[in-house]
Write a protein that binds this ligand. Structure first.
Ligand code: SF4
Ligand code: SF4
Length: 303
């Protein structure tokens, strides 16, 4: 299996590049999948996309954490995040930049390919859209897919969307990039400040809201809803926890969409799940997920 992770910004076409790469591999008779990572995505925000290629069926569905190749569509991302995170020791990074590999400073020294995809795109397409040019650099730097397949995939994928002429121009951009990609080694040693993260424990989260509460002009807001909106009123079946079977694994707490479960110390070896019926809407997810079947859904009798 060979895994690619694309780093770009919203609107730069990283997802389309990942899909075209998968199509190129498919045209060579391989199995391939591609998918984007949707965060709080908007134009200009850092985004990721992934492609997996293999000679056999691909069953892995996760994001790619230990890629063989990292592709950086926007050089400015090198300053803000360690794009090498998880890259295999024999992996390669491919960067859209005017600089040579030995001029690039990264967190460690790695095999590095550089290409001025922006200038190529401007010359060939008349627009700074680099997602097809970078595909040529990927073919050159990894050898995992041939440039002929990349061109065919671009014509098929981009041609279908933008028209035949535009598809052919994009394929040309990839070919020019293939021919001008320089492969070498980066510099290492760049330091990144660890980003502060708030990872609350079970006990820090308030009932009925995993992000605390906030006063707004419309009232108190909690977990994507109003605290005053007591979703317990929607319930037809109610989850009932059997403390003897509850092993305190917190799976129900994790899955509950209303954050209506709290882990409470009842003097046993582990904490026990306790339902807040003001917010529990009776969806039954907790009962489905509980590995010990400690939660049963019982018909609610309204007083
Ligand atoms: S999933 Fe089941 S066993 Fe785990 S904490 Fe919840 S009720 Fe207990
Ligand atoms: S039934 Fe649904 S809303 Fe109620 S505690 Fe279980 S997962 Fe949460």
């Amino acid at each position: 299996m060979y895994e690619f992770r694309f780093h770009g910004r919203g609107g730069q076409g990283g997802r389309m590049a990942a899909e075209a790469l998968a199509l190129a591999a498919f045209l060579e008779g391989k199995y391939a999948v591609s998918f984007p990572f949707f965060g709080a995505e908007r134009r200009g925000a850092p985004v990721r996309a992934f492609t997996r290629i293999d000679d056999k069926k691909i069953r892995t569905k996760t994001q790619i954490y230990e890629p063989d190749a990292v592709i950086v569509l926007d050089e400015s991302l090198l300053e803000t995040e360690d794009v090498l995170e998880g890259l295999k020791d024999d992996g390669v990074i491919i960067i859209n930049t005017q600089r040579k590999p030995e001029e690039i400073e990264l967190s460690r020294e790695v095999r590095c390919a550089t290409v001025d995809a922006t200038s190529i795109a401007l010359d060939v397409l008349g627009k700074a859209i680099t997602n097809t040019a970078i595909l040529g650099a990927i073919a050159k730097a990894t050898g995992e897919v041939g440039i002929d397949s990349i061109e065919k995939a671009i014509i098929e994928k981009f041609g279908a969307r933008l028209g035949k002429e535009a598809g052919e121009k994009n394929a040309k951009a990839a070919r020019v990039a293939y021919e001008s990609t320089v492969v070498g080694k980066s510099k290492g040693g760049k330091q990144f400040e660890p980003k502060p993260q708030w990872l609350p424990t079970v006990d820090e989260l308030p009932l009925g809201g995993s992000i605390g509460t906030m006063e707004t002009y419309a009232g108190l807001v909690g977990i994507g809803s109003f605290i005053e909106n007591k979703t317990g009123g929607w319930r037809v079946f109610m989850p009932v926890v059997n403390d003897d079977k509850c092993i305190g694994c917190k799976i129900c707490w994790f899955y509950c969409p209303e954050a209506a479960i709290k882990m409470v110390d009842k003097g046993a070896k582990t904490k026990k799940a306790v339902i807040n019926y003001d917010y529990c809407k009776g969806c039954g997810i907790c009962a489905n997920e509980c590995p010990t079947k400690a939660i049963s859904m019982e018909r609610e009798v309204k007083a």
